[in-house]
Design a protein around this ligand. Structure first.
Ligand code: PLP
Length: 431
C-alpha cells in the first residue's frame, strides 16, 4: 500500500500542529510508531485516504459515526440547518425537540442541558454533584476515561494510559487528591473507599459498560446496582458516564440494560450524529442546582447550536428504525467468530469482549474484566495486528484500549471482506 501522500501531509502537520494531531490518541505512539493515515473522504462504511487507498472503517471516529460517513439523512439535516443559519444564541425549537427525544429514550433525564463535548458533560456533572451534596471528593474507576478536565486525568485510561502517562502534568496535587480511583468490577474496593472517604464523597462516577480499556461489561448482572446502592448508602450521588454507551447497544442507555437508575448522566458522541456535542442531565431536584435556577454555573456560546441539534435529531431518527441494533450486533458477532477462528487456526492467543456491535480484541489468554487485566495483554502483538489490518484496508483505533465499532451501514460484503482480511492478518501474525 502506497502511503507517500500521508507521509507528506503528516510531515506538514508536524510543522504546524503540535505533534501532528489534534488529539493524542490519533498518533501512533501506542502501536510502535508509524505515520497516521491522512484521510481525504468518507462515504458509508469506508474511508479514502490522500493516497487513494480505501479502508473499511471500524474506528467510527472513536464512537460517534454509528451511521457511517455522509449518511444521506444526516447530510440533509446539515444542509437544511446551514440554510437556516447555524448559530443564534437564543432558544430554538430544535433543542426542545431533541431534548424531548433524548428523554423519551432515557426517561431518567428529567432535566438536561446540552454542552459541546463529553469532557464538558462529565466535568459539569461533577460540579453539580458537589453543589448538591456540599462534598468534594469523587470516586472513579481505574482505566476509565472521562475526558480531559483536570480531575478526570487522575489515573485515567484510554489515550493517557496508552502512552503510559496516567497522570497528566499540569494537574495540581490538590485536584488529584480529590479523586479516588478503585478497580472496576470489584465492589469490595469501592466499599472500602467509601468506608474511608464516604462522608466527603460527592459522587461515584462510572462508565457502566467500559469503553476505555477496551469494551468491558460488568462481570455480574447486579454490579451496577451495587455501585449505586453503595454510593447512596454514604449519601453520595452516582453518575453514569454514557458518552460511549448511550444509544450504542440499543435505543437508550446502558443503565436500562441493567435496569438501574443513576442520579446523573453524561452523554456525547453518538447523540450528535457526528457533530460536536455533549449533554448532561438526570434527576430534576439535582439538576435544579444549575444556573439560572441554582447556584452551580454552566454556560456555553455553542451549547445547543442548531447544527448539532438537527444532526442529533436526524441520527436518532435513523437509530429508531426497527432492527438497526440487532443488525449491528449480528454483524459484529459474525466478525468476532471469524477473528476467533483465524486466531485459533494460527495458534495466536486472543480474548474478545463483545457487547452488541462493539468489541475489543485483546492479545492474551485471559479474560479481561478490569484495567490491570487489559494492561497485561500483549501490546506488541496488538501493534502488529493494527498495522497489518491497515495494510489490508481495515482501519481500527491505534490502541489496544479501544474498540471496533460496527456501524449501521456496514454491509454483509464489508463484513466478509473484513473476515478475509483478518484471516490474512492472522496468517502473518502466526508465523
Ligand atoms: N467519557 C467517555 C466515556 C469517553 O469515552 C470520552 C471520550 O472518548 C469522553 C468522556 C470525553 O468526550 P469528548 O472527547 O467528546 O470530550
Amino acid at each position: 500500500m502506497n502511503n507517500a501522500q500521508s507521509h507528506l501531509w503528516f510531515h506538514r502537520a508536524e510543522a504546524v500542529i503540535l505533534g501532528g494531531v489534534n488529539s493524542p490518541s490519533r498518533a501512533y505512539k501506542s502501536v510502535g510508531g508509524g505515520t497516521p493515515i491522512v484521510m481525504a473522504r468518507g462515504e458509508g462504511s469506508k474511508f479514502y485516504d490522500v493516497d487513494g487507498n480505501t479502508y473499511i472503517d471500524y474506528l467510527a471516529a472513536y464512537g460517534p459515526s454509528i451511521l457511517g460517513h455522509a449518511h444521506p439523512h444526516i447530510t440533509k439535516a446539515i444542509v437544511r440547518a446551514a440554510g437556516d443559519g447555524i448559530l443564534y444564541g437564543t432558544p430554538t425549537t430544535w433543542e426542545v425537540e431533541f431534548a424531548e427525544q433524548l428523554r423519551a429514550g432515557i426517561p431518567d433525564l428529567e432535566r438536561l442541558r446540552f454542552v459541546n463535548s463529553g469532557t464538558e458533560a462529565v466535568m459539569t456533572t461533577l460540579r453539580v454533584a458537589r453543589a448538591y451534596t456540599g462534598r468534594t471528593r469523587v470516586i472513579k474507576f481505574e482505566g476509565c476515561y472521562h475526558g480531559h478536565s483536570d480531575a478526570m486525568l487522575v489515573a485515567a485510561g484510554s489515550g493517557p494510559s496508552s502512552m503510559g502517562i496516567p497522570d497528566s502534568a499540569g494537574v495540581t496535587r490538590a485536584t488529584a487528591e480529590e479523586v479516588i480511583t478503585v478497580p472496576f468490577n470489584d465492589l469490595s474496593s469501592l466499599e472500602q473507599a467509601l468506608a474511608k472517604y464516604g462522608d466527603d464523597v460527592a459522587a461515584v462516577l462510572v462508565e457502566p459498560i467500559v469503553g476505555n480499556f477496551g469494551m468491558v461489561a460488568p462481570a455480574e448482572e447486579t454490579y451496577l446496582k451495587g455501585v449505586i446502592d453503595l454510593a447512596h448508602e454514604k449519601g453520595a450521588l452516582c453518575i453514569f458516564d454514557e458518552v460511549i454507551t448511550a444509544f450504542r447497544f440499543h435505543y437508550g442507555s446502558a443503565a436500562q440494560i441493567y435496569d438501574v437508575h443513576p442520579d446523573l448522566y453524561a452523554l456525547g458522541k453518538i447523540i450528535g450524529g457526528g457533530l460536536p456535542i455533549g449533554a448532561y442531565g438526570g434527576r430534576q431536584d439535582i439538576m435544579e442546582q444549575v444556573a439560572p435556577l441554582g447556584p452551580a454555573y454552566q454556560a456555553g456560546t455553542m451549547a445547543g447550536n442548531p447544527l448539532s441539534m438537527r444532526t442529533g435529531i436526524a441520527c436518532l431518527e435513523v437509530l429508531r428504525q426497527p432492527g438497526t441494533y440487532d443488525a449491528m450486533a449480528k454483524k459484529a458477532a459474525h466478525l468476532v467468530q471469524a477473528i476467533e477462528a483465524s486466531a485459533k487456526t494460527q495458534g495466536v492467543a486472543i480474548t474478545v469482549n463483545r457487547i452488541g456491535g462493539a468489541f475489543t480484541v485483546y492479545f492474551g489468554e485471559h479474560k479481561v474484566t478490569n484495567y490491570q487485566e487489559a494492561v497485561a495483554t500483549d501490546s506488541a502483538m496488538f501493534a502488529r495486528f493494527f498495522h497489518l489490518l491497515a495494510a489490508n484496508g481495515i482501519l481500527i483505533a491505534p490502541s489496544k484500549y479501544e474498540a471496533w465499532f460496527v456501524s449501521a451501514v456496514h454491509s454483509d460484503e464489508d463484513i466478509e471482506r473484513t473476515c478475509a482480511a483478518v484471516e490474512r492478518v492472522f496468517q502473518e501474525l502466526g508465523t
